[in-house]
Every structure is written in C-alpha cells, then in structure tokens.
Design a protein around this ligand. Structure first.
Ligand code: AMP
Length: 210
C-alpha cells in the first residue's frame, strides 16, 4: 500500500499514520518530522527550513523534493509507505509523479478549521523522537514524558494560535487543491474526522477497505 495522507494541519495525520503504519507494517514518511530532526541537528537543510517552519510557511518545493527522493529510495519503502504531510503543493505532487512514484490512494481527513484551532492547543510532541500526544485525546502515561522513549514533551513552536491560523490559510491555498489533483486521477478518498482517535481510525479503515 502506497498511501498519501492529506488534511489540514492538526487533522490527525501524524497520529493516524503511526497507527496505520503498525497495522500495515509499512513505514510512515513525515516531511515535518524529517525537517524537525534536521533543524535540531543543525544540518544545512535544517538551517534553510527553520525560518519557514517557525513562521508556519511551506518550505520551498526543491528542498522537500530532495528529501522525499532520498527517503523513498531507502530499502524499507520497497513494500509500501504512508506519506504524512507530503506532497503539500501541486508542484510537489507533479515532481513525485515525474520521479515515478505511483500511489494507490490519497486519503483526505476532513475536519473544520474551528475544531483544529481548539484541538491544536492541547497538542504535545516528544522533543527526542517526534511522537505526537494530546493532553485530552491521547495523553501520555506520565504527564510531560514520552511513552516511547522517555523524552520530554513540548509544544511545537508552530502550534501557537496565530501560527496555526497562518498554517490553515496555507493549507487551503496551497494544499487543498491536491484533492482535485488526486480526484482527477481516481485516487482520492475522504474520511470525516470523528470525536475520538479510535473512531477516526475505524472510519479510515472502512474507507480504505482494510
Ligand atoms: P507538519 O509536521 O507536517 O505539520 O509540518 C510542519 C512544518 O514543516 C510545516 O508547517 C512546513 O513549514 C514544513 N513542511 C512539512 N512538510 C512540508 C512539505 N511537504 N512542503 C513544505 N513544507 C513542509
């Protein structure tokens, strides 16, 4: 299964990608996580990306295309993958097609902007491994500590309310047109966000027929 997860920031792509990744035994590729790791390490890509990410803007397409080309060439992608947060623009989607990337499905998680703004305020992320949590809907076993690696949980800088609004605007302008792009190719499926993570997973599985 080669799956693209589409949806606004805060729609639950990262959380659902992790769940589906275990169910299907295929890796999740999150350009957001790759960029945050690069920023933390201070690599040239990380230094270039930082100003964009912190402001809630999209990193230039060439940077993302380079990242995705390298990542998809890794052996663990041979049996499929879940793309979380990429492509995010039509040029990225076209570049992926030109690379020969063939996806089975682009699944869009549908959610209202207002629900996202309320939800993002409770979002936490592990500083070390990037695992997402939520203080209400997906709390860690121990407050402030990652269940997976014991790392410290923090609020992402770009989850501040004004940055969330900027990211939503960017989503509607640059990313939402991808729904038509994949619809035209017969690949688009949509799943409505539900009130719990489990219910959303069930809805996604129903839509994908898995
Ligand atoms: P995410 O974790 O997917 O919400 O991504 C966090 C931030 O990383 C975004 O707000 C962008 O600044 C940047 N980013 C991640 N993926 C992409 C992409 N495919 N294209 C451009 N920017 C991206």
């Amino acid at each position: 299964m080669r799956l693209i997860l589409l949806g606004a920031p805060g729609a639950g792509k990262g959380t659902q990608a992790e769940i589906l990744s275990k169910t299907l035994s295929i890796p999740t590729i999150s350009t957001g996580n790759i960029l945050r790791a690069a920023m933390k390490e201070g690599t040239p890509v990380g230094l270039e990306a930082k100003a964009y990410v912190d402001a809630g803007k999209l990193v230039p397409d060439e940077v993302i295309i380079g990242i995705i080309k390298d990542r998809l060439a890794q052996p663990d992608c041979a049996n499929g993958y879940i793309l979380d947060g990429v492509p995010r623009t039509i040029p990225q989607a076209k570049a992926m097609e030109e690379m020969g990337v063939q996806v089975d499905c682009a699944l869009s998680i549908e959610i209202e902007d207002e629900t996202i703004i309320q939800r993002m305020s409770g979002r936490r992320i592990c500083k070390d491994c990037g695992q997402p949590f939520h203080v209400v809907s997906n709390p860690p076993k121990k407050e402030g500590v990652c269940d997976l690696c014991g790392g410290e949980l923090t609020v992402r800088k770009d989850d501040a309310p004004e940055t969330v609004r900027a990211r939503l605007e960017t989503y509607h302008r640059d990313t939402e047109p991808l729904k038509d792009f994949y619809r035209e190719r017969g690949k688009l499926r949509t799943a409505d966000n539900q009130s719990t993570i489990e219910a959303t997973t069930a809805e996604i599985k129903r839509v994908l027929g898995i």
